[in-house]
Design a protein around this ligand. Structure first.
Ligand SMILES: [Fe+2]
Length: 372
């Protein structure tokens, strides 16, 4: 099955010199690592004029979601989407938590979209600012103490452990040296009173009450701890003559999903080279993109704080206007977080309520196929 065939009008080098008047589609297995063929179509495979059925690209305006931690000090996050491996939440916490959280359902990745403050934990405090990834191992007792009241955190709870991907031929110093990650210093508290530790297991909470402050660790040693990494510490891999697949931007791996960081970088220089993501069916993964900052030129109508979800089986790729716009662009200044999941994601009813439905047919709209 590993025999490569070449039939009809093609280019020998994928993503370079795509035949005039064609749209290149990657029909690949295991996202961008497995067997693949490139198909050269005369129409973009994403320009359907309508959809019947439940699979559809979704643009979720997470800015419109209302987690109860936005208004209640003892409130919690709101689910955006999830499956058996990973759950994605939004937190808009406006005040310090009145309880300590110990998540026994999984490791946590807080991505700080907006706001700054301190994440206090057993291991000590970590100050956070926008763009930070805070990785909190399962079972770490912690509390979020924001500085201001306007905060927006994208929370990714994985049932496995967060780990760094194998950088392969690039070597272990590529993207970022592991030493760039910040770990906390002990900061024991000795206040008395009543302190609540809320343990989350199977999405239910059990509260433990203590007569002393639960963050009383005077020292720690080992290879489990919270870590902090800013998304701009992820140094993008770039080629002037080849469009790197999204998998080249992987920052974190977990069981059943990966997190990739798209950060500002120059665009490809070779005029023959595709500068926007090629169309792909992503037949083995659901793709979530969270738009953090910048101008998202490949996706019209998408703004910061939005999430797009592209389910497996439904093609995605750049809107026609983006392909044109990319021809004169030299750089991309967008910052986005991608979560690619092995199993299909189920969208929560709260997220479904803030979907921008015009996104589903925005490729056809961009080609003038939908009328006004
Ligand atoms: Fe994709």
């Amino acid at each position: 099955m590993d025999v490569v065939h070449s039939k009809g009008k093609v280019t020998k080098q994928a993503h370079v010199g795509v035949p005039e008047g064609t749209y290149e589609e990657e029909h690949g297995r295991e996202t961008f690592f497995g067997r693949a063929s490139h198909l050269y179509r005369t129409h973009p495979p994403t320009a359907w004029t309508r959809i019947e059925g439940k699979l559809r690209p979704r643009a979720i305006n997470v800015n419109e979601m209302k987690p109860d931690d936005q208004t209640q000090e003892d409130g919690f996050w709101q689910l955006i989407a999830g499956n058996q491996d990973v759950r994605l939440y939004v937190s808009r916490r406006s005040r310090p938590m009145t309880y300590f959280l110990r998540d026994a359902d999984g490791d946590l990745c807080y991505f700080i979209h907006r706001g700054s403050g301190t994440l206090e934990s057993d291991y000590g405090p970590l100050a956070f600012t926008p763009g930070d990834y805070l990785i909190i191992p399962k079972g770490t007792t912690h509390r979020v103490v924001p500085e201001g009241d306007d905060n927006f955190f994208f929370v990714i709870e994985g049932t496995g452990e967060y780990r760094l991907p194998d950088r392969g031929l690039m070597g272990k110093h590529a993207h970022f040296d592991p030493g760039v990650m910040v770990v906390p210093e002990p900061d024991p508290h000795d206040e008395e009173g009543e302190f609540e530790v809320r343990v989350k297991r199977d999405n239910e909470f059990t509260s433990l009450f203590f007569a002393w402050h639960p963050l009383d660790v005077v020292g720690w040693q080992g290879d489990v701890s919270p870590v902090k990494l800013n998304i701009l510490d992820h140094r993008p891999v770039y080629s002037p003559s080849y469009h790197m697949p999204p998998s080249a931007h992987c920052t974190w791996e977990n069981d059943g999903f990966v997190i990739c960081s798209f950060v500002p970088r120059p665009l490809e220089e070779d005029p023959e080279v595709l500068k926007v993501p090629f169309y792909h069916a992503n037949i083995d993964a659901d793709e979530i993109l969270f738009y953090h900052e910048g101008n998202f030129f490949s996706r019209a109508g998408i703004d910061v704080g939005f999430i797009t979800l592209h389910p497996q089986g439904i093609h995605h790729g750049p809107q026609p206007a983006a392909i044109e716009a990319s021809k004169s662009k030299l750089r991309t200044d967008e910052v986005a977080v991608m979560v690619e999941t092995h199993h299909p994601l189920v969208v929560s009813s709260e997220a479904d309520a803030v979907v921008a439905t015009e996104y589903e047919t925005s490729w056809a709209a961009g080609m003038g196929l939908l009328g006004d």
